[in-house]
Each structure stands twice: as structure tokens, then as C-alpha cells.
Design a protein around this ligand. Structure first.
Ligand code: F6R
Length: 610
């Protein structure tokens, strides 16, 4: 989810694309670069760190004014945030330079093949491999767009890429497959960007590129074609949004934007990790024999990441029979935990900078315990200090309340449990069937998002509620904790969260008319028990909101409000999907209560103090 910019026209192109990058800064990035033409050569300037570093480089090595440039701000996925890994990248003969968003899944096999043919690589990125594939096609003497089209047929994955060449000087070619790319139409100038805000100072006439299309931008115009080279009509829309709204992709808040990104995040989580035969592979993980040594897992995290860890515990214990404890980092670091030398400590963190989690990690390292990070931000402290790290690939999360990072964390924990089962050949675990369900999950997540307007209506049921319960059994009980955290954070609503079976051991005393209870009831094996718990609440005058599936529809007749999500063969995955309507409920309740949704009072996105 990096930033992309491109310009061709009469203005100073480097200044334009640099300005475009600035307008994409809110997305977060860890390096940036520009490619432009200087005489017969392509000049590439790039630097790790913030745009000020690139600016300093531009001042050191001034570029004579020119009229075509592409630029990129990178949020690392393959390889750390270094100067070498920053985009743009050249092909073998520096005929083309490219920038790229997304992940090329088959980059390793392409790289091996090219290396065998004598290509030399200067970075660890999949992008440089794509540059070499395009360059190899370009060497056949075809136009740039044809080289890009042919190369795209060889690339697997989700990507947006943008290319310039040193010989076809007035042309930018870009291609889109799953990662967003927007074209901007000006008067004798044309632009492109990964996001609309980067276009708005120059034009309000934009077109979002369709999947699997390619565009050629020159000063005179833009042509779009499909991957067979056939022209595709362009649908230009006029954008009225102000820049702030545009940064949120037209959504009112980052929180709702990020909720809506979850189907894509689910796809990104799997990208490059699941092959066509349903085998799971991770780029950097312990060798296979290590998994047979591990006798216990301790998941250590804070807040939402802790709640994701609780979901992981279900799978590690149910599927692998691997004892798993989940600790709050702040408790772990001061709690003198008993740690088996054969245990694995798993640190889950969106930011990778949470002070308590980092301190707990250092404690584990002092005790020589194996550590594994599940982290969103590449180059962050936890990612760097863990023995191994798996990245959640959720893209920058801007809303303080975490939504898509939670989904990504649970997805990765699920993949990890299945990976261990695959390595250990755990009897009874059909990893391929699980993987099929994971692959299909993003489509079901799209269906969950269709509940948005129903959630908006149901939010009225929370008006005046003094308290909201979040309840469930099994994995639904873990999702209930996360759902309650969202409701507290963004709607400032007092909540009580508990396994449903615990209600009559105390919390039930709080139920009275006006109190709302949200039940997750997505496990067909537990639905009868949940119905009994719902009746206990109903008998005391409480309002019931339930999330169920077709297979647990029995809960509907007891509920005042019912949300139905699609079901999978696995109750665990049903519970994960139920987090989406729960997030939507919190969002709409917060809106009704006039809360500052993206920046709730008293909270910060990255908690780098104890
Ligand atoms: C809740 C939320 C926080 C974080 C917690 C850990 O919506 O965002 O509870 O989950 O502060 O942060 P990371 O994951 O960055 O370690």
C-alpha cells in the first residue's frame, strides 16, 4: 500500500511528482524515490526514510527541468526499508525504470530464472524482478506498452506498476492488477497516482483503472487497453471531494475505510503464502525441525493484538493440541512467567513499537526463548528484534481503533497454525480444506460489509443504553472482547464482555431494561447453549442484538435485532467474519454519539511509553 505518482506534461515534472508524494504522506511509508529523464538516461534518486531525505538528495543532485517523472513512497514488503530497496528500480540494462505497489507472488522463481540467464540484482525486492522481466521483453524491440503487457502475463500476484523508458521519452505506461491506480486528465498534461488526493491539485477529472488493464499516458492523452491489447473505454468522473475527504478515499472516516479494506487485506495476507496446490509457505520462518521441538506457545501482545492472540490460542490448542497462553505484555514483563526453554514466544503488534511488547520481547531474548513476531510495520523494532517475523501485509492503518490489522493478525495466526500442522502432518487436520476456506474468506467478508446499512439502523438501539454486554462462546467469546474494545474506544460506551456461560456467575446482575447485549452466535455446535444465555438476558428486560449464520438461525427468534453473516465449514472462521458487523456497529454507534472516531480521546495509535 505504497504511494505512486506520475506526470507527463509541460510543468517541471519532478516538482509535480514530489508534491504528489507529499499528498500521499498520510498513508505512511519508509522510503521514497523518483525517476525522470536526463538526456539519454533515466535518472533515479531514492532514499530510505522520510521525504525530507529525498528532498535533500534532490538539492544535492539537481535535475535539469524535464517533463516526465514517476515517483514512489514505499511501505516495505520484500526487503527492509533501505536506499537499495527503495523504488524506482532499473532493469538489467537500465532501459526502463519502474515503481510498484503490491506483491509479485512468483518473484523468486522469476528471479532465479533471470539470474540463471546472467541478470544481476541490486535489491531484495520483487519490484526489481518485475523491472527485469519488463526489460527482457523490451529488449525484443517492441513498444514499451507491449513489453509491459507481455511481462504482466508472466507476473502472478496483486500489483500496480508504472514504467518509463529512456528511448520512448514522452510516455508513461502503467498496469493494474488488484492494487489501485487512478488516472488524472489535464489540459496537455496527464497524471497518475495510487490515490485520488495526489491528483486533486492538478485535475478533478479522474478515472479509476479497471482490473487487468494497462494505460499509456502522453501529453496528448491517455489510452487504456486490456491484457490482450484491446482498447478499453475510459469512464472519467469529476471529483467534488475536498482533499481531506479524498485522503479517506471518499469515506467519512479512516475507520470505516479500513473496515471496508478488510476483504482486500485478507487477500494480501495470503498473497505469496499459499500456492496453487494449497501448500502454505512463509518467506522467513524457523526450519521444520524447530516446530517439533516446541512444547508451548506464549502469545504476548496488547489491546486488539492481544484479542487476536486469543483467537490464535483456539487454533493452536484445538488443531495442534499445543498448549498456548496469551499474556498482556504489561503483565508478562513484570509477572515473572515460567518459560519452558522449548517454548515459542509470539509477539503480535500492528505498529511493532509498543513499549510493553518490546520490553517483553527483550525479556524473552535474555532468557533465550525463541521469538516470532506477527507485525504490520516492516522495519519496526519488534520486527527487527524477533528471531523471525511474519508480516501481516495489512497496509498502513491510520484510524487509532484497529480494525483491518486485527483481521490480518488472526489470518496470519490461522496460517501459522495450519503451517505447523502441515509441517508436523498433524493427524486429522486437513490443511488444504482450511486453506480453501481461507482463500474464499475475502468474498464472504464482502458479504459481511453489505450489513452496513442494517448495522446503521441497529445502532439506534444503543441510544441511551447505560451499558452494552458483548457475549459469546468459544471463538465468539474472543471476538466479543474485541467488539467490546471497539465500542469503548470509538463510542465511549461502557461495556462488559464475558463468555456467555459466565453471565449467571455475576454479570447478569447488571442487566435491566435499556441495557443492550450483543451476542456472537456463529458456532452451530454451541447455538443451543447461546440461546439459553440469551433467554436469561431477555427475561431481565435487556435488548438483544445477535450475529448469527444460516446454521444458527435459531437465535433469531430470541433476538430483537439479528444480523446474518455467511458461514464457512469452520466455526472459527465464522467468528472471524462476525468481527466485521461488530466493527460496523461500533462505528455507527460512535457516529450517533458524535464521537471523534478516528482519534478517540485519550488514545494514541502507537503506544511507545509504558
Ligand atoms: C485498539 C488498538 C490498541 C492496540 C494496542 C497494541 O483498537 O489499536 O489496543 O491494539 O495498543 O498496539 P500494537 O498492535 O501496535 O502493538
Amino acid at each position: 500500500m505504497c504511494g505512486i505518482a506520475g506526470y507527463v506534461g509541460p510543468r517541471d515534472a519532478v516538482s509535480v511528482v514530489f508534491d504528489q508524494l507529499k499528498r500521499l504522506e498520510y498513508r505512511g511509508y519508509d522510503s521514497a524515490g523518483i525517476a525522470t529523464l536526463q538526456g539519454e538516461q533515466i535518472e533515479v534518486l531514492k532514499r530510505a526514510g522520510k521525504l525530507t531525505n529525498l528532498d535533500a538528495l534532490l538539492k544535492e543532485r539537481p535535475i535539469s527541468e524535464n517533463h516526465i517523472a514517476i515517483a514512489h513512497s514505499r511501505w516495505a514488503t520484500h526487503g527492509g526499508p533501505t536506499d537499495e530497496n527503495a523504488h524506482p528500480h532499473f532493469d538489467e540494462f537500465e532501459q526502463v525504470a519502474i515503481i510498484h505497489n503490491g506483491i509479485i507472488e512468483n518473484y523468486q522463481e522469476l528471479r532465479d530464472e533471470l539470474a540463471h540467464r546472467g541478470h544481476r540484482f541490486h535489491s531484495q525486492t520483487d519490484t526489481e524482478v518485475a523491472a527485469h522481466v519488463i526489460g527482457a521483453e523490451y529488449s525484443q524491440g517492441v513498444p514499451l506498452e507491449e513489453a509491459v503487457r507481455r511481462a504482466c502475463l508472466k507476473l502472478r500476484g496483486a500489483y500496480a506498476l508504472v514504467v518509463i523508458s529512456r528511448t520512448e521519452k514522452g510516455k508513461i505506461v502503467c498496469a493494474r492488477n488488484a492494487s489501485p491506480l487512478v488516472l488524472g486528465f489535464g489540459e496537455h498534461e496527464n497524471l497518475l497516482a495510487s490515490d485520488i488526493p495526489a491528483l486533486l491539485p492538478y485535475t478533478r477529472e479522474v478515472a479509476v483503472m479497471e482490473e487487468n488493464t494497462l494505460a499509456v499516458l502522453t501529453e496528448e492523452g491517455i489510452q487504456v487497453m486490456d491484457m490482450l491489447g484491446k482498447p478499453v473505454p475510459i469512464e472519467i468522473q469529476h471529483i467534488e471531494w475536498d482533499v481531506e475527504k479524498a485522503e479517506r478515499g471518499g469515506y467519512e472516516h479512516f475507520m470505516i475505510k479500513e473496515i471496508y479494506e478488510q476483504p482486500e487485506v485478507m487477500r494480501q495476507c495470503l498473497a505469496g503464502r499459499v500456492d496453487e496446490g494449497g501448500e502454505i509457505r512463509f518467506e522467513s520462518i524457523f526450519s521444520e525441525h524447530v516446530w517439533n521441538e516446541i512444547d508451548r506457545v506464549n502469545v504476548i501482545a496488547c489491546g486488539t493484538a492481544y484479542n487476536a492472540g486469543l483467537m490464535g490460542k483456539h487454533l493452536f490448542e484445538k488443531l495442534l493440541r499445543l498448549p498456548t497462553d496469551v499474556y498482556h505484555s504489561s503483565e508478562f514483563r513484570y509477572g515473572d512467567p515460567v518459560l519452558s526453554p522449548r517454548s515459542l514466544a509470539v509477539f503480535v503488534s500492528q505498529s511493532g513499537e509498543t513499549a510493553d511488547s518490546l520490553a517483553a520481547l527483550r525479556l524473552c531474548k535474555d532468557r533465550r526463548i525463541r521469538t516470532l513476531g506477527i507485525v504490520n510495520v516492516i522495519g519496526s523494532s519488534i520486527a527487527r528484534e524477533c528471531d523471525r517475523t511474519i508480516f501481516t501485509q495489512a497496509g498502513p492503518e491510520i484510524s487509532v481503533a484497529s480494525t483491518k490489522a486485527y483481521t490480518a493478525q488472526v489470518m496470519v495466526l490461522t496460517l501459522l497454525a495450519l503451517y505447523i500442522a502441515q509441517v508436523q502432518e498433524t493427524p486429522g487436520v486437513r490443511t488444504r480444506q482450511w486453506v480453501n476456506s481461507l482463500v474464499g474468506l475475502s468474498e464472504l467478508a464482502e458479504d459481511c460489509l453489505k450489513l452496513d446499512s442494517q448495522c446503521q439502523e441497529i445502532a439506534a438501539a444503543f441510544d441511551g443504553a447505560p451499558l452494552t454486554f458483548f457475549l459469546g462462546r468459544g471463538a465468539d467469546a474472543s471476538v466479543a472482547l474485541e467488539a467490546a474494545l471497539k465500542m469503548k474506544e470509538v463510542a465511549y460506551m461502557p461495556t462488559q464482555e464475558s463468555p456467555a456461560g459466565e453471565m449467571k456467575h455475576g454479570p447478569l446482575a447488571l442487566v435491566e431494561p435499556g441495557v443492550v447485549s450483543v451476542f456472537g452466535a456463529t458456532d452451530p455446535g454451541l447455538a443451543d447453549k447461546v440461546v439459553s444465555n440469551m433467554q436469561e438476558v431477555k427475561a431481565r428486560g435487556g435488548t438483544l442484538v445477535t450475529v448469527g449464520t444460516e446454521q444458527t438461525r435459531a437465535v433469531q427468534s430470541v433476538s430483537d435485532h439479528y444480523l446474518e453473516i455467511p458461514h464457512t465449514p469452520y466455526p472459527f472462521l465464522n467468528a472471524l467474519l462476525s468481527a466485521i458487523p461488530m466493527q460496523l456497529l461500533a462505528y455507527h454507534v460512535a457516529k450517533r454519539r458524535g464521537c471523534e472516531i478516528d482519534m478517540p480521546r485519550n488514545l494514541a495509535k502507537s503506544v511507545t511509553v509504558e
